[in-house]
Each structure stands twice: as structure tokens, then as C-alpha cells.
Ligand binder design. Structure first.
Ligand code: NCD
Ligand code: ZN
Length: 360
């Protein structure tokens, strides 16, 4: 048994579904899943109901998170075709812009609106985009034109990672994340998974997956895009895209490290140092995740903490288990059990503070 400690791990892309979709997940179940997966900080996306696009919605969501979360939580605000999100900027992890279609209503599909968003966003968090293909190329251009920082979500396809590699080579202020499902699954898994393998961006070919592994040096962060939907919804008439991932990401990455496809330092770089730098997340030396590098088991065999209760990785054998997690020197997870009480987690970026004078 080889137990080692990793510093506090950060997942910069999760959907904890509260408010509005708490039958899928909420701040308690979602952050319990985070701790079980060895993650102590999550950045939550704005496609809730109501969407997080006003100071009021951000404050209301922050209060829910402060009362319930067992891990730390930062909140994104969502771009709309009005500038309502701008006053929230200082208290948000970043601005999320949906340029491609996905679950929820926050889609930006006009170039003038996209240009206005890039012109107006005051930071300090980056403009964070779901953009594939042409939409990604447009965002890379606007980043340069308006001197913004761009973070590209869930890069999934060979053409997109190559585009980002080119942009980085030219000195663009761009960073990116890749999900475990795009690193470990492909379209070849779809006959087996059916709707449980459907998400945005869609699973790529094995050539897409291989291109992501070949461009590891271009990938700044691993992020789950944890997007739980119930089994009933996934097996229903019009299944929503999205898959959970918080409890399976670290075991999958540790397995890749065990196989020599990645180093432990490479994991820490992409789940700790880079996310903290890109999003301005404070680090704490007494926050850590202990893993047993030798533990072998099958994903999905023990119950999950996520409310949706399933994983697209069920049946995959892995090497590497989360054994303990400490948050600010308090043991919050041990041997499969979440010990932290609701409210142990902190809400980042001052989002719980009154927003009457948000820039003050
Ligand atoms: C996400 C969701 O369900 O909220 N779905 C997905 O397939 N990734 C939306 C998103 O992140 O785009
Ligand atoms: Zn997402």
C-alpha cells in the first residue's frame, strides 16, 4: 500500500444544479461527491434556474452554497445579451459564455453580442467559453482584439486542441481544460452507453482522444464538466446531454499515471497549480487529498455520492483510491464516508457579500 498526499485539488467546471434542478444534484450532494473524488474546490456553472446572470441571482446562489457545501465553491456568472452580469464580475470565478448549444437557455449566437461581451467583461476572472470549431476560432480572435484572457472549456476534438496549440504558440492569453470522458471514452463506447454517453461536446473518435493525449502539454487543467441528470431523464424521450464525473476523475487519472501515460506531478499541475493561477483561487497548506496508489477496484461498484447515482465509467477497473481528504486541517472525508457538516465549505470571491455596491 502506497499512500501519498496531494495538495488541495480544484475542479474548475461543475454543474451542481442549485437552484432549480435539485432533483439532479444540490450543493450538499454535489460537494459530497467532490470530496469523495478527492476534490476540495469546485467552480460551479451558471445554467441553473434562475440562471446566474444578475447580482441578485449570484447572491442567492452564494447563500445556498454557504449553507450547504462541504467543499469550497466558486460561482461563475453567465453571459446574456444584456450586460446584467457585469456588476457581478468581481464576485464571480469568471464569465461563462455558451457559444455552442447545450443544456439550458444561456446561448449566445450573434457575433455583435459576442463582441460586446468581450469588450465589456471587466474581469478579474477569465472569459470561459463552450466553443467548438468556428466558434472557438472566433473567440480566439476576439481574445486578441479585446485583450482578454480566455479559458476554453472541455476541449474534445483534434482540430480544436490544434487550434489552441497554434494560438498559444503565437502568445495568445488562452488556457484550456479537458474532461476525463474525452480522455477515456470515444464514440466506440456509444453502443454500450447509449444516452449515458451523450454530452456536449460529444465524444470524439479515437483519433480525437489520441490527439488530446498527444497535446498534454497544451492542456492546462483537467475538469470534470460534472453534469448530472437522473437515469429516468437519460432514459426518457429526449435525454439531456451531460454526465457526472466528480467521483471518477482522480481514480482514472491515477490509473493513467500508474500506466505511465501521465505523471503525478502532471496531475497536480492540472488540478491544483494551474486552476489556482488561472482563476485566482487561494491555496491552503493544510488542505490535502490522500490517495492509495495501489488500490485496485472497479468504478461504479460502490454507491456514489452524486444524487444522480450513475457513472458512464461503471465497470472500468482502476488503480488509485481516495482514502482521506482534509480541508483546512479538518478531516472531511475518510474511507468512503463524508464527515464534514453542511456549511464547512467556503464560498470564494466574496460572493456571499451584499452586492449593492459590487465594484466597491
Ligand atoms: C451540461 C449540463 O448538463 O448542464 N451538459 C453537457 O453535456 N456538458 C451543459 C454544459 O456544460 O454545456
Ligand atoms: Zn459544463
Amino acid at each position: 500500500m502506497t499512500r501519498i498526499r496531494l495538495p488541495g485539488l480544484i475542479d474548475v467546471h461543475v454543474h451542481l444544479r442549485e437552484p432549480g434542478f435539485t432533483h439532479k444534484e444540490d450543493f450538499l450532494s454535489g460537494t459530497q461527491a467532490a470530496l469523495a473524488g478527492g476534490i476540495v474546490t469546485v467552480l460551479d456553472m451558471p445554467n441553473t434556474s434562475p440562471p446566474t446572470i444578475t447580482p441578485e441571482a449570484l447572491l442567492a446562489k452564494a447563500r445556498l452554497a454557504a449553507a450547504k457545501a462541504v467543499s469550497d465553491v466558486g460561482l461563475f456568472v453567465g453571459a446574456t445579451d444584456t450586460d446584467g452580469y457585469v456588476p457581478c464580475a468581481p464576485r464571480a470565478a469568471g464569465l461563462k459564455v455558451y457559444v455552442n448549444e447545450t443544456f439550458g437557455s444561456l446561448r449566445i449566437d450573434s457575433l455583435p453580442t459576442l463582441m460586446r461581451i468581450f469588450r465589456q467583461w471587466p474581469g478579474p476572472g477569465p472569459i470561459t467559453v463552450h466553443a467548438e470549431g468556428i466558434a472557438l476560432a472566433a473567440c480566439l480572435t476576439l481574445t486578441r482584439l479585446y485583450d482578454q484572457r480566455l479559458h476554453v472549456c472541455h476541449v474534445a476534438h483534434a482540430a480544436d486542441i490544434r487550434l489552441i496549440a497554434q494560438a498559444k504558440a503565437k502568445g495568445a492569453q488562452v488556457t484550456c481544460e479537458v474532461t476525463p470522458h474525452h480522455l477515456f471514452l470515444t464514440q466506440e463506447d456509444l453502443p454500450r452507453l447509449g444516452p449515458l454517453g451523450d454530452m456536449r461536446p460529444r465524444l470524439g473518435t479515437s483519433a480525437d482522444r489520441d490527439a488530446l493525449w498527444e497535446h498534454l502539454d497544451i492542456i492546462d487543467c483537467f475538469a470534470t464538466d460534472h453534469a448530472p441528470h437522473t437515469l429516468e431523464e437519460k432514459r426518457g424521450e429526449s435525454p439531456p446531454p451531460g454526465v457526472p464525473g466528480l467521483e471518477t476523475m482522480l481514480p482514472l487519472l491515477l490509473t493513467a499515471a500508474h500506466e505511465g501515460r501521465l505523471t503525478l506531478d502532471g496531475i497536480v499541475e492540472r488540478l491544483h497549480h494551474n486552476p489556482a493561477r488561472i482563476f485566482g483561487i487561494p491555496l491552503d497548506p493544510e488542505t490535502w487529498t490522500e490517495v492509495d496508489l495501489d488500490a485496485r477496484y472497479t468504478l461504479g461498484d460502490s454507491p456514489l455520492h452524486t444524487r444522480c447515482g450513475w457513472t458512464p465509467f461503471a465497470g472500468m477497473s482502476v488503480t488509485g483510491r481516495v482514502t482521506r481528504v482534509a480541508l483546512r486541517n479538518e478531516i472531511v472525508f475518510q474511507d468512503g464516508v463524508v464527515l464534514a457538516q453542511p456549511g464547512t465549505g467556503r464560498v470564494l470571491f466574496g460572493a456571499t457579500e451584499a452586492t449593492a455596491n459590487p465594484t466597491g
